[in-house]
Design a protein around this ligand. Structure first.
Ligand code: CA
Length: 756
């Protein structure tokens, strides 16, 4: 009896405990320190809410681990959305079920682990049915640009990332990655929606994708991820904005605004791409959709104003590799390409990439009821192989098309008008080709968060205030110190003898009040050092190296020697650069390793007596597909007596993920350039692996020849209308493919060949 009573008591107690735990009221924790968070984080139960106090939290590695329920999730939020800042080495990991995180901002730091937000605690403990919403990650970059991380890594299943804002990823690594590397992360049914993807600068090699789903290794696995109603603005990292590397994903209703690159169906089968809007506005390298693999559906998309070509085209169907290994190119089979509008899309490439390896042409595919309008009347198609495996019908174009496509494309003059959704449609509403009239155009304002501004990527030169200064070093250094982003400092006539290295860490213009009348000398090994966050424009200055140290290796402008993570711009106009000859190897401009220029522009300048190079952009010599500058423009300058080259621009490696480097060199005069004994290439211009080189209307007198080495891709080189006076003609060498070089060398003139 006593025993029975004992049992009864125990059972009653157990029931009571059970009752308490089931009906435990959800607790709201207001957390003011990391210690407080750690103290409660292990006892969170379904329905609990953790509120982080407003303010800056430094080095806070948050782990949210718990078992919420669909009707009672565990929530982590901010006291005020947008006012909880995670900085330093902070990150967030989620593990368990039904977790919600909202309202946080990550900035001024970088993740110490492989992701800023990780839907897992470790390789075993993943998150399921969890949601990250209204979170901001802003320029949260590892200072070592080559150090790779993700901003968000989705693991587990049934997770959602939505209404979040991502801007300014600058170090290596995909912004958002969906990982399928274990069974528990496959067939995941994740949802990625209503996010704002802002400016992602050109990364300058592979590894700058904004969204990747899967990897080649797991690409024959289905992911079932839905990517819907996201806004991609200036997501320029590399040729792939989105890289799909798994099956059965749906990409719907997204907008790509002036974004350089494409949505690429790189690996995996049975993906659906529909109702997306690509608006290029004529920006270089804006692209659309690239199709590879089986069973892909591309329907009811609208693409307009796209300039991209080759793998970056407005629309591309690739050739495959027969019996392809998993990481190469599977043949296109059973693609359905229907009811898409291509308006002013410069390039549609079919059977693209056809070469000795990629010989498997598209098969059993359909291209139907598409509308192809080019208001410039240039037809956009390029066919690189047999395209009879793509059956065409009901397509309408306003231009002629290649003969092999004529049977399935009706040529018709059409007038377009803007519909209420802002898109162009034929005036005739009986037209059934092209995107549907009820297509919705996502508004930028309906993505991301309302409480964080969607700002443009870079401060433009001359966008700030103008400050006029007195002559002299003191006034100049003080003005540079006090200037704000985009300001212009106007230098009074007179002498500026600069005794210190001038560090440029903001966007700044230095301009002579009167051209050539502000004269600068400098006593350190360099005059200006562009540091992280800096961009420099010089205008009308006269700079002499006469007071520089009597040692080798001076520069007038250089970047920080190491550790640049932000891209920079350097522009110099109408200036005179003199006497860079106090010792040998005196360069005008030299890049540090790891530094990357969006733009380097020299226009209307004179350079005289230089013992080094003018632009030395060749520090990435490991042939990893990395380089130093995207656009180099050299126009209307005079170079007299330069022992090195006008530019050395080097991009090595076999990777095809970048558009650049680009070089435009026009209307320059070179006298006695490139003959110095330390100029190893013996050239006045040395380009290695440059993707676009346009060299026109220059005069080279008694100078070393132009040397160009083609490596990977299909580099576009034009050398036209130049005069080579006592100068050897240019050489172009193909380093990776057999046969003659592909450069266009035309209409150049050679004189005084006996003196060269
Ligand atoms: Ca890539």
């Amino acid at each position: 009896m006593r025993l029975f009573k004992g049992y009864l008591l125990t059972i009653c107690l157990a029931l009571l405990l059970l009752l308490v735990s089931v009906t435990a009221p959800a607790t709201e924790y207001f957390v003011q320190s990391q210690d407080e968070y750690r103290a409660i984080s292990s006892k969170l139960v379904a329905g609990d809410t953790v509120i982080l106090k407003n303010g800056v939290w430094t080095d806070f590695e948050i782990v949210l681990d718990g078992q919420g329920r669909a009707d009672a999730p565990i929530t982590l939020t901010a006291e005020t959305k947008g006012q909880v800042i995670l900085s330093g080495q902070s990150n967030l990991r989620l593990a368990g079920q039904h977790l919600i995180v909202t309202g946080l901002v990550f900035k001024n730091g970088y993740t110490p682990s492989s992701a800023v937000i990780d839907f897992r605690k470790n390789s075993k403990e993943l998150a399921f049915h969890s949601r990250v919403t209204e979170v901001v990650i802003d320029n949260y970059n590892n200072p070592d640009k080559e150090e790779s991380d993700y901003w968000v890594a989705l693991y587990g299943q049934h997770n959602r990332l939505d209404h979040s804002h991502f801007v300014g990823k600058r170090n290596r690594g995909v912004t958002i990655a969906v990982r399928l590397n274990s069974e528990k992360s496959q067939q995941n049914h994740h949802q990625i929606d209503h996010n704002y993807f802002g400016y992602r600068p050109t990364f300058g090699s592979n590894g700058g994708e904004t969204l990747r789903i899967g990897t080649s290794h797991y690409s024959l696995t289905d992911s079932f991820t839905l990517v819907e109603n996201n806004y991609f603005e200036h997501t320029n990292g590399e040729v792939e904005i989105i890289s799909i590397k798994s099956g059965k994903n749906t990409l719907r209703g997204n907008v790509f605004y002036e974004a350089r690159g494409t949505l690429t169906l790189r690996h995996g089968n049975g993906n659906i791409v529909e109702q997306n809007i690509f608006l290029g506005n004529g920006v270089e390298h804006t692209g659309g959709i690239r199709v590879i693999n089986k069973d892909q559906v591309i329907r009811n998309n609208y693409l307009q104003g796209l300039k991209g070509y080759r793998f970056g085209s407005g629309f591309t169907v690739l050739n495959g590799v027969p019996n392809s290994s998993i990481n190469r190119y599977h043949q296109v089979e059973n693609a359905l390409i229907v009811n898409n509008s291509f308006i002013d899309v410069d390039h549609i490439h079919l059977a693209a990439g056809s070469d000795a390896e990629r010989t498997a042409v598209p098969i059993n595919s359909v291209m139907k009821d598409n509308l192809i309008i080019n208001t410039n009347n240039h037809q956009p198609f390029s066919l690189f192989d047999d395209v009879s495996g793509i059956k065409l019908s009901g397509n309408v174009a306003n231009t002629e098309v290649p003969a092999a496509l004529e049977y399935g494309v009706q040529q018709q003059d059409l007038t377009l008008e803007k519909a209420e959704n802002g898109l162009l449609y034929p005036v005739s509403d009986t037209m059934s080709a092209g995107a549907k009239r009820d297509l919705k155009v996502l508004s930028k304002q309906d993505t991301g968060v309302s409480w964080y501004p969607k700002l443009p990527g870079a401060v433009t030169f001359d966008s700030g205030q103008t400050h006029r200064i007195e002559k002299g070093e003191k006034a100049l250094l003080a003005a540079i110190d006090n200037a704000d982003e985009g300001d212009v400092i106007v230098l009074a006539n007179g002498q500026y003898d600069v005794s210190k290295l001038v560090k440029i860490n903001k966007t700044l213009t230095l301009k002579a009040a009167e051209e050539g009348q502000a004269r600068l000398t400098f006593e350190r090994s360099t005059l200006f050092e562009i540091q992280d966050g800096g961009s420099l424009k010089l205008e009308g200055l006269a700079i002499s190296g006469a007071q520089s140290p009597d040692s080798a290796g001076n520069t007038v402008v250089r970047t920080q020697k190491w550790g640049m993570v932000e891209n920079y711009r350097f522009v110099m106009l109408n200036s005179q650069i003199l006497q860079l000859d106090i010792n040998h190897s005196f360069d005008f401009f030299a890049t540090g390793k790891g530094a990357f220029a969006d733009e380097i522009t020299l226009m209307g300048n004179t350079f005289e007596n230089v013992t080094g190079d003018i632009l030395r952009l060749n520090t990435e010599i490991e042939d990893l597909g990395i380089y130093n500058a995207e656009y180099v423009t050299i126009k209307n300058n005079t170079f007299n007596n330069v022992q090195g080259a006008v530019v050395k621009l080097y991009r090595g490696g076999t990777d095809e993920s970048t558009f650049g480097p680009h070089l435009l060199m026009a209307d320059n005069t070179l006298n006695q350039v490139g003959h110095g004994k330390r100029n190893k290439n013996k050239s006045s211009l040395y380009l290695h692996g440059v993707q676009v080189a346009d060299i026109q209307q220059n005069t080279l007198v008694s100078s070393a020849p132009i040397k160009i080495e083609h490596t990977v891709g299909e580099p576009v080189t034009v050398i036209k209308g130049n005069l080579f006076d006592a100068t050897l003609v240019p050489t172009v060498t193909e380093l990776r493919v057999e046969g003659p070089h592909t450069a266009v060398i035309d209409d150049n003139k050679t004189v005084n060949t006996e003196k060269r």
